[in-house]
Design a protein around this ligand. Sequence first.
Ligand SMILES: [Fe+2]
Ligand SMILES: [Fe+2]
Ligand SMILES: [Fe+2]
Length: 412
Amino acid sequence: MNRKTDLHKLLLTLSLAMDFSKHGLMHHHQRVAFISLRIAEELGLLPERKQNLFRAAVVHDAGISSWSKKSYLEEFHVFEPWPHCISGAKLFRSLDGIAPISDIILHHHHRWDGDNDTSLAGESIPLESRIIHLADRIDVLVGAGRNILARRSGIMEKIKSHSRKLFDPMLVEVMEQVAVKECFWLDLLSEFLPRQLEEEVSADLIRLDMENLLKLGDVFAGIIDGKSSFTHKHSRLVSAVAGMLAGKMGFSRKKCDMMILAGLLHDLGKLTIPESILEKPGTLAVHEHNLIKQHAYYTYRILGLINGFDEIRDWAGLHHEKLDGSGYPFHLKSEQIPLGAKIMAVADIFSALAEDRPYRQGLPLDKINQIMWQQVESNYIDGAVVDVLAKNMETAWDLHRQLKIRETVVAL
Ligand SMILES: [Fe+2]
Ligand SMILES: [Fe+2]
Ligand SMILES: [Fe+2]
């Protein structure tokens, strides 16, 4: 894997997982990024500001991953947007090079007239936030309906009626210029949009080293785990245990870091599943279990879109395959499953058993050990990996305990 990665493409791809909602894949973040770029272009915004605008737009709602809460944002008038602005801003504050997007995200629902949760109004609200606010509300009005060219004047009328109240009047005028062109509306709803966005931003590269890549992975782990109170540290625990096992099994430092990253992202596809199913106590109906099964598929496919991520995609996306071929979604057999994915499967099962679930408390070590060996006997998971885990059970348990302490401290 190339240790340097293109941040723009990475954000663009990872945000895809956040764009699933009860209506299916809506491309909301990509569409808001596209509208924002068009406004910025018409405005003649400097390239560096345009870069930050794009980065912020493509993840602007990262602070909310629950589908039920997300549906509030689908109304034109948003009820209490401030909490998701704060949590979204917090996620990106510590990332070198892109920390400025934190402030843009924080104010992306701020009204021009100053009726806000801060004292900011008018031009004191960051320009990039004002652009995203306008772009975001336009996309909500665009929705999923057909015949966009027939609807565009109605959309613009509504936007204009909120100029000076919700929106910066100067930006509304700029938007009117953008809206004249049919291509703008057609591009917005076209299946070529992701490709087009990728091409537009590819000239503005900044590159991430492994340290920052891991920080970004941690941000996404937070978004994924934020979906359910029962799995709020699952990705981080799987990542830590998988990284530890990889090290014990002779993986190089670089490969261990890749394993840690794959662990952070292994459940990325869970963003495509409503939390009502993820949190359901008791047995799942067949159709609900089928939905659960799609998460590994989407982890695999989304990570597969990122250049240089092939091994990370395999280690993350194949964590529900079983050695006897009865796993999902590819039904691979032992010889087709890479060692990294076998390690991930063991780390995932260990973590799931150690953590509390809606239907039971976390299990004690001896019980976990017993279940893991039963799974080896059933030819589901790899005995050599479980052997390494068994010899390092205390270390794995410590990782679990440390995460629990960390989360208690954060919650205080
Ligand atoms: Fe938002
Ligand atoms: Fe949004
Ligand atoms: Fe999973």
